[in-house]
Design a protein around this ligand. Structure first.
Ligand code: NAP
Length: 300
């Protein structure tokens, strides 16, 4: 059985790594801070001191860290994967990062005989725990075929999109749809509230028609209940909107809706709400509409 390395044991990475262990893969793990590693050691993982030593001991290395500079550091930095990699290693990055960074990592590792895939995910912490993530993959198709048995442990809807960076372009598209739909739901439910009609019934009516969506269902409920405990934090979604806007600039697509919703997110971050769920966009609408003047906590 192939030996797998896993770097980044956060909200997403830890359950993904645990699923690989449960499936019987020998696993070598590295996390920047120690506590998450100790937990995995109890479950049978071998601990490594750096991404470099992970690469030295494994056939496939997976990472799930925060942002583009973090992936660059882990893959190409000092004590990074590139320093420990032997030709034939497969590197799968499952973080959400800029397509341009994914291409840079792909090219640098290719020169060392290492195949790299960008394979960001959708489905949240629940999808990571249940092994039901949607995974969108960019890179060489032969490398994708090689990665499939491992990706199938972590996800269900696994789609090869195209060359390096294509997986991250897909994730950027995903984040546009999520952001603008959250905004639409927040806007609609604020109109309902200020019009003094029953907001729950409005949501029920919309759920049965063409406006139906998972975001109307889940975030609509959060907005109704005033429960903004994350979920997917505004801070992380704002990070993704940076990636979206940068990707649009690179290819010359004005992303009007994305730019606007990013500004709304900035207003929420300025109010110190970055750790709330992204459904907290509704609180800004309510503030602007004069429905609320107060601050919001995680659960009202
Ligand atoms: P998280 O809980 O904050 O975990 C981030 C992990 O990355 C931690 O293990 C952190 O180590 C590690 N890390 C960050 N910078 C690093 C660096 N420079 N070097 C080494 N390790 C570093 O975040 P998450 O929610 O798991 O998200 C991980 C990725 O998945 C992000 O790109 C996110 O956008 C994406 N994603 C998240 C969700 C979600 O619902 N949460 C859904 C889809 C995609 P420490 O423990 O030392 O901080």
């Amino acid at each position: 059985m192939q030996r797998i390395g896993f770097i980044g044991l956060g909200i997403m990475g830890k359950p993904m790594a645990q699923n690989l262990l449960k499936a019987g893969y020998p696993l070598v793990v590295y996390n920047r801070s120690r506590s998450a590693m100790d937990e995995l050691a109890v479950e049978g993982a071998v601990l490594a001191e750096s991404p470099k030593t992970v690469a030295q001991q494994t056939d496939i290395v997976i990472s799930c860290v925060s942002d583009s500079p973090d992936v660059e550091a882990v893959a190409l930095g000092s004590n990074g994967i590139i320093e420990g990699a032997k030709p034939g290693l497969l590197y799968i990055d499952m973080s959400t990062i800029a397509p341009a960074t994914a291409r840079k990592v792909y090219t640098a590792l290719k020169e060392k005989g290492v195949d790299a895939l960008d394979a960001p995910v959708s489905g949240g912490d629940i999808g990571a725990q249940q092994g039901t993530l949607s995974i969108m993959v960019g890179g060489d198709e032969a490398a994708f075929q090689r990665s499939l048995p491992v990706l199938q442990i972590m996800g269900k809807n696994i789609i090869y999109i195209g060359e390096a960076g294509a997986g991250q372009v897909t994730k950027a598209c995903n984040q546009i749809v999520v952001a603008l739909t959250v905004q639409a739901v927040a806007e609609a439910l604020t109109l309902a509230k200020k019009s003094r009609v029953d907001v729950a019934r409005v949501r029920d009516a919309l759920m049965g028609g063409f406006a139906q969506s998972r975001i109307l269902e889940v975030h609509g409920k959060r907005i109704l209940e005033g429960n903004f405990q994350p979920g997917f934090k505004l801070n992380l979604h704002r990070k993704d909107m940076n990636i979206v806007l940068q990707a649009g600039r690179e290819v010359g697509v004005p992303l009007l809706g994305s730019a606007q919703v990013t500004t709304l997110m900035d207003a929420l971050l300025a109010q110190g709400k970055g750790d709330l769920d992204n459904a907290a966009l509704a609180t800004l609408y309510e503030l602007l509409a004069g429905i609320r003047s107060d601050d919001v906590t995680e659960t009202e």
